[in-house]
Design a protein around this ligand. Structure first.
Ligand code: ATP
Length: 633
């Protein structure tokens, strides 16, 4: 079933390293992010505003706290003048307690406001990250299968977990620090002007020149940051796949080539980081130099002014202290600017994903299905994954409620694609698919999928208990129904032998189950779901006859009374099927029951006789038979 469940939607995000990646003409996240115009403030402003608006109160309070905080921070340097000129030069000791009182009061207030700011903003920033992560994850979960066909699991994980992190700087301390820095610089500038117009004007000119250099440096560094997140997602994506597909990697002894691919990715990441470090260290060199030059100049000019009696010693010391307050924020803008750049780039990608249309998002999907009977009709259905490359050419059939439709045919003939259309994973390019007479293209898929059950040959188990894995399809089902489903699917036989029973942990962290046992869990899951339409992908691998018999029993019970579509490999299933559709190159070339098709002596007869001598119970399409032949030989 190459094309049907190669998405993360039903296999729970399982990476599949051996899966061929095929284009569907849909946008990938990489394509979404690559080559797009850089996310300027104007572009992401609506998203920023959407985040900021509900938090205006919080930001207002934080802003007020920040003003108090910065003003308090200036009390200490401002006190130098009175301390030196008043107390030390004119020996006015009455001033001293006042000065000390002010300084202590201001420092305590500064500490308190700093504490409150961090508490308020850092927590709000983290809450925002959590909210956004949940929003992006649930949105991605509702995107169509074609999106998952085109986007690697690891890349999407990076989108959900990493990209949203940057926004902390928008709501968190980043923005407030930015305004705080600007405000302090303004405070300091006004005070410095009052002390010496000449020296301040000179400093100001140097700082403006420095700001222009910084701006250029930012222009260099911004694309590096954007690129980094893309490389990161690529490397994580490939790593997730190669770890998930470790059996394939080892099976083909591809450890070294995987290591090379990873090494190349890490190398790109390193190059990127090194270039940003180069730019950052240049900026830090530039800011230190500017600070040094300005200080030296002021020292020189200030010294002359003091000697000429135009400036007191206290005024001079205060000037030097305030100077740092004016220069430091400009240098600080370097790191804040970087943070904000990252935040905007992340927000831009997050917004892009949130802008992808959900499966049920289209206005045409307005019909909510009640419980269906399960009558499925294909009317001249055409389908193409990529424009201009048709895969199905006018498929027509009806599956009546409660019947079994078996699809057989060569590999790549289109069986999985037909099933994928039954599931509503893709939309027919032409013709109609009717469920109980309603065009599936108009149905809200959530109401339809509730009535759909799937049992795949590769059973996916979550890392959790047997109970949780069975209840996955109906989390609220009672214990009685759970036990009943497990009994029918013969899960009880092995589950009850574990000391923890149904609470035994299976999956990566827990007990490793056999293929047959996993399939029995998946059958129990489907029995519990009680679907009206059942999709079955029969295992081609031969299970031992005991497991085979157990699984067959469960499947027979499961199929009873449901419209079943099966990509059939077992003769027992095919013989029982109400109709067999023989699919070749996107067309139904024969249809009927086993007896009628066998008697016809056509394609079905060929497929049947070709493998009859090879296996007694497996009905294999050409290509698959070779495997058995080789193994048998
Ligand atoms: N996501 C996809 N994007 C592009 N082409 C696809 C996609 N999935 C399947 N195809 C193509 O559509 C055709 C039918 O594939 P499909 O998976 O339906 O065949 P199948 O009969 O189920 O094969 P198999 O028995 O090997 O699983 C093939 O040519 C395949 O390459």
């Amino acid at each position: 079933m190459a094309g049907l469940f190669n998405s993360s939607s039903l296999n729970g995000g399982m990476p599949s390293a051996d899966r061929p990646s095929r284009g569907t003409g849909k946008a990938t996240v990489a394509a979404l992010t690559a080559g797009r115009p850089k996310p300027g403030l104007k572009k992401v402003w609506p998203q920023i505003w959407a985040l900021v608006k509900p938090r205006m109160g919080l930001l207002g309070i934080s802003f007020a706290l920040m003003v108090v905080n910065r003003a308090c921070g200036l009390v200490l340097p401002a006190s130098f003048k009175s301390l030196i000129d008043g107390v030390m030069t004119h020996h006015d000791l009455k001033l001293l307690p006042k000065i000390v009182g002010f300084v202590v009061g201001a420092t305590v207030l500064q500490g308190l406001t700093s504490y409150l700011l961090t508490q308020l903003l850092s927590k709000a920033g983290q809450r925002l990250i959590a909210e956004l992560r949940m929003q992006v994850q649930s949105h991605i979960g509702r995107l169509p299968v074609s999106f998952f066909d085109e986007n690697r699991t690891g890349t999407l994980v990076a989108r959900i977990m990493t990209d949203v992190e940057g926004v902390r700087n928008l709501i968190g301390t980043g923005v407030i620090d930015f305004f705080g820095g600007v405000l302090t610089a303004i405070f300091a500038f006004c005070y410095l002007i009052s002390l010496s117009v000449k020296m301040t004007a000179l400093t100001f000119c140097i700082l403006v020149a420095f700001a222009l250099i910084l701006q250029r440096a930012f222009n260099t560094i911004r694309p590096i940051f954007r690129e980094r997140s893309k490389i990161n997602a690529d490397v994580t994506g490939r790593l997730t796949e190669s770890l998930g597909g470790v059996r394939v990697v080892k099976g083909y002894h591809a450890e070294e080539s995987e290591a090379r691919v990873f090494g190349a990715g890490v190398g790109r990441l390193l190059d990127n980081v090194l270039s940003s470090i180069r730019a950052q260290s240049f900026m830090s060199l530039a800011s230190t130099t500017v600070l040094g030059v300005v200080t030296a100049l002021i020292m020189y000019l200030g010294g002359h002014e003091v000697v000429a009696g135009k400036l007191t010693t206290g005024g001079y010391v205060t000037y030097m202290a305030f100077l740092a307050f004016m220069v430091a924020p400009v240098a600080q803008l370097v790191s804040i600017g970087t943070q904000l750049t990252e935040a905007m780039a992340g927000l831009d990608r997050t917004t892009e994903i949130l802008g992808e249309m959900e499966e049920d998002g289209g206005p045409e999907r307005r019909v909510t299905l009640d419980t269906i009977k399960g009558d499925v009709v294909f009317e001249d259905v055409l389908f193409e994954y990529e424009a201009g490359k048709p895969v199905l050419h006018g498929i027509g059939f009806e599956s009546k409620p409660g019947t079994v439709t078996a699809l057989v045919g060569s590999s790549g003939s289109g069986k999985s694609t037909i099933i994928s259309l039954v599931c509503g994973f893709h939309v027919a390019t032409g013709g109609r698919i009717l469920v109980d007479g309603v065009d599936l293209g108009t149905v809200r898929l959530s109401s339809y999928r509730e009535q759909l059950g799937v049992v795949l040959q590769e059973t996916f188990l979550f890392d959790g208990t047997i109970r949780e894995n069975v209840l996955f399809s109906r989390p609220n089902a009672g214990e009685g129904r759970l036990i009943e489903a497990c009994r029918i699917a013969r899960v009880d036989e092995f589950a009850e032998r574990f000391p923890e029973g149904y609470d035994t942990i299976v999956g990566e962290r827990g007990v490793k189950l056999s293929g047959g046992q996993r399939q029995r869990i998946s059958i129990a899951r489907a029995i519990l779901a009680d679907p009206r339409i059942l999709i079955l992908d029969e295992a081609t691998s031969s299970l031992d006859s005991e497991s085979e018999a157990m699984i067959q029993g469960g499947l027979n019970h499961l199929m009873k009374g449901r419209t079943t579509f099966v990509i059939a490999h077992r003769l027992s299933t095919i013989r029982k099927a109400d109709q067999i559709l023989v699919v070749e190159q996107g067309n139904i070339v024969e249809r009927g029951t086993h007896e009628s098709l066998y008697a016809l002596g056509g394609r079905y007869f060929d497929l049947y006789t070709r493998q009859h001598g090879l296996e007694t119970n497996l009905f294999l399409a050409p290509g698959e038979g070779d495997k058995v032949e080789a193994a048998a030989g």
